[in-house]
Design a protein. Structure first.
Ligand SMILES: [Zn+2]
Length: 284
């Protein structure tokens, strides 16, 4: 499940763009190439693991990984080998990193009412990677000459975490937030990707709008990640429902997985002491 290194032999290109990053000038590398995005991923992962506590339990991580792999397999040939990780964080959220790095919070797993909801969230994040939104985001930020963004990216990616942390403190923006600050169009594309790939992976696509309902009820996360403010979640809920209505779906799509999700949820509760919104409601 580890990401494999790119075998593109593109060291020269990496070096050229690395120089461009250091100089922080638009040097013709407006959008990241696949090998460049892979290089960004290595730095990003180190940064993420310093900032977040990751779940190491292989039963939990393996469960999310298997769902993710079904989705990636259904998406067809991909430029990256994906890696699915679980962040020990009770906030309902998920985010994508460069080159197929997908992170799902334990809060999301606990809040899912069935496996199709969790699959919906994961498929949305896979959509951001597959549609190359991370690479586009990076290119847009740099092209706009946003100095603090460039400083965060340049510092974090090439000079190690010290520069990035200093820049993050100054701007209040982390690398995750910057790379996941998707616009309206990108969010729509990722939702649309999810709606179409989920049935091919055997999951009921209704899981995605269904999870939006939970997010709305819970207030959603505060950061620019899974539940971004544009478009509004209610609009995304309506748009995805309409898109699903237009699909001809096979009758045997899975919504539940025979109690496996519930076992994983109990395991998370035991390991972390967290509990999902419905369990909390019951124990009040
Ligand atoms: Zn998104």
């Amino acid at each position: 499940m580890r990401r494999v290194s790119p075998s593109h032999g593109a060291r020269g290109m990496l070096t050229r763009c690395a120089i461009g990053l250091v100089v922080l000038a638009a040097t013709g590398c407006a959008t990241l190439s696949v090998p460049e995005e892979q290089q960004l991923a290595d730095r990003f992962e180190a940064d993420i693991r310093r900032q977040h506590r990751m779940v190491t339990d292989q039963v939990i991580v393996g469960y999310v990984d298997r769902i993710g792999r079904r989705i990636v397999a259904a998406a067809g040939p991909q430029p990256f080998a994906y890696e699915f990780s679980v962040v020990d964080d009770p906030e309902i959220n998920a985010f994508a990193g460069p080159a197929g790095m997908i992170y799902v919070h334990t809060g999301t797993i606990l809040a899912a009412r069935n496996v199709s909801e969790l699959a919906g969230v994961i498929a949305h994040e896979v959509g951001h990677v597959a549609e190359r939104h991370i690479a586009e985001n990076y290119g847009k930020q740099r092209a706009a000459g946003i100095a603090h963004t460039a400083a965060v990216l340049g510092g974090g990616l090439l000079a190690g975490s010290v520069g990035a942390n200093a820049a993050n403190l100054a701007t209040g923006l982390g690398l995750t937030g910057i790379l996941n600050s998707f616009g309206r169009e990108a969010e729509r594309e990722a939702d649309d990707f999810a709606v179409h790939v989920l049935p091919r992976a055997g999951y009921d696509p209704v899981g995605l709008p269904s999870f939006f309902e939970t997010l709305i009820a819970e207030g959603g996360p505060s950061g620019p990640t899974f539940l971004s403010s544009h478009p509004a979640p209610r609009e995304r809920l309506a748009t995805t429902r309409t898109a699903i209505d237009d699909l001809e779906l096979p009758p045997d799509l899975r919504r539940d997985d025979g109690g496996k999700l519930e076992i994983i949820q109990r395991r998370i509760e035991l390991l972390t002491g967290e509990s999902g919104p419905r369990r909390r409601d019951r124990s009040r």
